[in-house]
Design a protein around this ligand. Structure first.
Ligand code: TRP
Length: 363
């Protein structure tokens, strides 16, 4: 683990205190194997194995998702599938605070207040915004801000509100989100200096051991490339999800080496994905099978069995929750209630600090 933006002193002082771990998932798309290995599994493990004094907050960032996606049905379905996935994979909603961002109205309210402690110039430097402007500038006769909403521009402020609302100390994220956590730090510093020290400065935590999976076609596994291995199938009830997983694995692109030829494990997507699931002994065994010339079809079968062995026990619970959204809804509302015990207080302090408070006590 590395604390990307914390200097030595901050890292040490943070590590001696109970951690408050918080992370969010945008609700677009249906979880795939890359999400499982990169975010879901490590987050659940850290909540299970963490110190008893640590507190974990996991939430569905549905107000963030409408920045990227304006299909209401997709947002809705994705929220349901992601919530069901996290719970089916073992997240214990009694142990962590598991909620939906939109159930905590204090968050967008805080985002507005933080907007007023965030310089526009800081947002001009955000990678996602700059990339969108660059893409426009490459086209002739297109305004630099063409198609860019205030939602996209202010995305990091809403994310800062998510984080600062709960005084998170550790924010596990992928590399692409480090800048956003640093912006949250920056905004917190500005507010604390201008008014009152109310917000903890968060640190991004990037786990270098977490595998970034390659997709079926050799590019990074990503929904936008359509090269993923779905965790629980694509939602089509006609096709058995286990069969769908096997079919996807059989589609992994390989070279044209003949079955008995020795193969290079370090240049193989099958082997790479296998390493994210297998024990060191199993990995060593497959490595030697590569060297003695395993057929691609057999390597894929071994990979399928390994992944399926880990995921199969979660399937029943996933489909049970998907078929019973009432249970999901109750779990999320219970999480929101826990989250709001914190957020109501934090927002109240923030409003008082900026001078927004009752003019007089009424009996
Ligand atoms: N922006 C994050 C992503 O796309 C999701 C997110 C929203 C988040 N709010 C957050 C992550 C707060 C960590 C903390 O992955």
């Amino acid at each position: 683990m590395s604390h990307t933006n914390a200097n030595q002193t901050q890292t040490t002082s943070i590590d001696n205190q109970p951690k408050r771990i918080l992370t969010g998932v945008t609700t677009t798309g249906i979880p795939h194997l890359g999400n499982y290995v990169g975010a879901i599994r490590p987050a659940i493990q850290s909540a299970q194995n963490g110190n008893d004094d640590d507190q974990s907050f996991f939430f569905l960032a549905d107000y963030h998702s409408i920045i990227k996606c304006s299909d209401p049905k997709q947002i809705h379905e994705s929220t349901k599938a992601i919530a069901a996935t996290w719970l089916a994979c073992g997240l214990d909603p009694e142990k962590v605070v598991f909620y939906r961002q939109s159930d905590v109205p204090e968050i967008p309210e805080l985002a507005w207040i933080l907007n007023c402690s965030c310089s526009k110039g800081l947002m001009n430097r955000a990678h996602a915004y700059k990339a969108a402007v660059d893409a426009n500038n490459e086209k002739a006769d297109v305004d630099p801000d063409h198609g860019i909403t205030m939602g996209l521009f202010g995305y990091p402020v809403l994310m800062a509100a998510d984080i600062l609302m709960f005084n998170a100390t550790h924010v596990p994220v992928g590399r692409d989100q480090i800048q956003h956590v640093e912006m949250a730090r920056d905004i917190a510093g500005t507010f604390n200096h201008k008014y009152k020290s109310l917000f903890t400065l968060p640190s991004a935590v990037v786990d270098d051991n977490v595998a970034l999976l390659t997709g079926l076609d050799g590019r990074k596994m990503s929904k936008s490339y359509g090269n993923t291995i779905p965790l629980f199938g694509d939602g089509n009830p006609q096709v058995d999800p286990e069969k769908q997983m096997r079919k996807a694995i059989m589609q992994i692109v390989t070279n044209s080496q003949a079955p008995e030829e020795p193969k290079d494990p370090d240049d193989s997507v099958i082997f790479e994905i296998y390493q994210a699931f297998a024990t060191p002994a199993e990995i060593a065994d497959l490595r030697s099978q590569y060297e003695s010339g395993i057929a691609w079809g057999d390597a894929k079968q071994i990979l399928f069995e390994k992944i399926n062995g880990e995921i199969a026990p979660f399937r029943e619970r996933y489909f049970e929750l998907m078929a019973n959204p009432k249970e999901l809804e109750e779990i999320l509302l219970m999480g929101a209630e826990k989250a709001r015990r914190h957020s109501r207080k934090q927002l109240d302090k923030t409003r008082r600090a900026i001078g927004i408070k009752p003019l007089a006590k009424l009996k």
